[in-house]
Design a protein around this ligand. Structure first.
Ligand SMILES: Nc1ncnc2c1ncn2[C@@H]1O[C@H](COP(=O)(O)OP(=O)(O)OP(=O)(O)O)[C@@H](O)[C@H]1O
Length: 256
């Protein structure tokens, strides 16, 4: 793919991205010359064996970690060399996060958590944004829960709050890191259904790191990483096909 000709369709992208940790004999190459874009309005899963670079790729794309070399864009804006303050602002305004551990603020109730991205941005939500939050509360089945604290909610409910919070600011892209990792399979499927409908009905762009072939089977596209490189870029796949591909990559890793 020529990364420059398809800028308009990409919510985030990296070109010739490498990331090293440590120096000298301890140097680890987590990402090795990766060029890839996350397409707008698609649900992209990022898979690969343990240590293949999935989290590193997500962290660099989300401005949580810096590139050793190469370039990083969010939409049309290059973010490679932004300082900490600018990156923090950009993450609050233009990126949503959903984590395995939900990452809700325990001392705030549900509504407080949903308003948090706006409060952190130094303002409350506008009337239109309050309407959007109310619509998300309804859409995600959180009515009657808005004054509950996270510990008063089930895992699935907490993750729904995290998804509503991620969607509230209409981010360019949502990065989800094992969003179903702490949930039972039925609740996990519900959460994946919500992420999928945010893409299909809301036009949201989502990139999800996962080890779970069933979770990845909800995606429009699956990127497979091995040893810090993208080794396969596929359309929708069934869980069994995904498991087979993963077994192949893990076997190659053992043989190497
Ligand atoms: N802060 C760090 N310091 C040193 N090495 C690191 C650091 N973070 C990641 N690495 C190394 O970079 C490589 C890629 O790690 P990364 O966490 O991106 O892999 P992953 O595919 O997300 O793995 P997992 O599926 O186990 O979470 C690994 O070899 C890892 O040990």
């Amino acid at each position: 793919m020529d990364i420059r000709t398809s800028d308009m369709d990409l919510a985030a992208r990296v070109a010739h991205l490498s990331k090293h940790y440590g120096d000298g004999p301890h140097r680890v190459t987590a990402l090795d010359d990766v060029s890839i874009g996350i397409r707008r309005g698609q649900f992209t899963a990022i898979m690969g064996p343990s240590g293949s670079g999935k989290s590193t790729l997500m962290h660099v794309m989300a401005g949580l970690d810096s590139a050793s070399s190469g370039q990083v864009w969010l939409g049309d804006d290059e973010i490679t060399h932004l300082g900490d303050a600018a990156l923090t602002r950009l993450r609050r305004r233009r990126i949503g996060f959903v984590f395995q551990s939900f990452n809700l603020v325990p001392t705030l109730d549900v509504m407080g958590n949903l308003r948090l991205p706006f409060e952190l941005d130094g303002r409350g939500p506008s009337a239109q944004e309050r309407e959007r939050i109310a619509a998300l509360v309804e859409r995600l089945g959180l009515e009657g829960r808005t004054s509950h604290r996270p510990h008063e909610l089930s895992g699935g409910q907490q993750q729904r709050v995290a998804i509503a919070r991620a969607l509230a600011t209409r981010p360019d892209v949502i990065f989800a890191d094992e969003p179903t990792g702490a949930l039972d399979s039925r609740t996990g499927r519900e959460v994946l259904g919500l992420l999928r409908s945010a893409v299909v009905e809301g036009g949201q762009s989502i990139a999800m790191v996962t080890h779970d072939p069933v979770a990845a089977s909800h995606a429009d596209r699956i990127l497979f990483l091995a040893d810090g490189r993208i080794v396969s870029d596929r359309g929708p796949m069934r869980p069994e096909q995904i498991s087979e591909t993963m077994l192949g990559l893990e076997a190659q890793g053992v043989a190497a």
